[in-house]
Design a protein around this ligand. Structure first.
Ligand SMILES: Nc1nc2c(c(=O)[nH]1)N[C@H]1C(S)=C(S)[C@@H](COP(=O)(O)O)O[C@H]1N2
Ligand SMILES: [Mo]
Length: 196
């Protein structure tokens, strides 16, 4: 479902930039993506490994907890489920944390999400986007280049980790960066779940 404005949100035409810390500067030689936690064997993928996975394009609305929402976004990326296929999970894995860079620490930012909500075309690690003003542009460094998670529209956008570095698979739900600071674990904009 697209173009639905959640309560307390207004529509914007621009894509604002919001994050803590530095903008990560991409180095293809050192960049890796790690799949770890409750898996039978950890997997570390290089940039080329990730980019050779099947691609998905999808329209996904963005809802930021600071009250802007942006419609009309199409993204190209690697679906979460394609990365999931790279590992064998242990029993009873129901949650993940998606990690990304924060001030040079590759696991400095994270956001928790329920695994079952990430299996569709609307849970994407993106590198290109388009809207009414641009035609398949590479995601800018400020928005998370080389790879940035865009969550389904049923989550506020802080669940969308920029400069992603890995996925941790978990049996129990655990707080990420903003959740530790009082933001919602479940973060559904349509239920206005902003804070704990
Ligand atoms: N690595 C990282 N990802 C991050 C953040 C951050 O500080 N570091 N901020 C989050 C927050 S609070 C928001 S609202 C969105 C904003 O994404 P945008 O700047 O592309 O609009 O990125 C999320 N992803
Ligand atoms: Mo945010």
């Amino acid at each position: 479902m697209t173009n639905q404005l959640p309560p307390g949100q207004f529509e914007t035409d621009k894509w604002p930039v919001l994050h803590q810390g530095d903008v990560y500067s991409f180095n293809q030689d050192t960049w890796t993506f790690k799949l770890f936690g409750e898996v039978k064997e950890e997997v570390t993928l290089r940039y080329d490994d990730v980019m050779s996975l099947p691609k998905t394009t999808s329209s996904i609305d963005m809802h930021c907890v600071t009250t802007w929402s942006k419609f009309g976004n199409a993204f190209e990326g690697i679906a979460f489920r394609e990365l999931l296929k790279q590992v064998q999970l242990k029993e009873d894995v129901n949650f993940v944390k998606i990690f990304g860079y924060y001030n040079g620490d590759r696991f400095g930012y994270s956001a928790n999400l329920p695994l079952e909500k990430l299996l569709g075309d609307d849970a994407l690690f993106v590198y290109k986007w388009k809207d009414e003003h641009r035609d398949w542009e590479t995601i800018s460094p400020k928005h998370g280049y080389p790879l940035r998670f865009i969550p389904p529209a049923s989550f506020y956008l802080w669940k969308g980790t920029k400069w992603v570095s890995g996925i941790q698979f978990m049996k129990e739900d655990e707080e990420g960066f903003w959740e530790e600071l009082g933001y919602s674990m479940t973060a559904d904009p349509f239920k206005e779940e902003r804070y704990k």
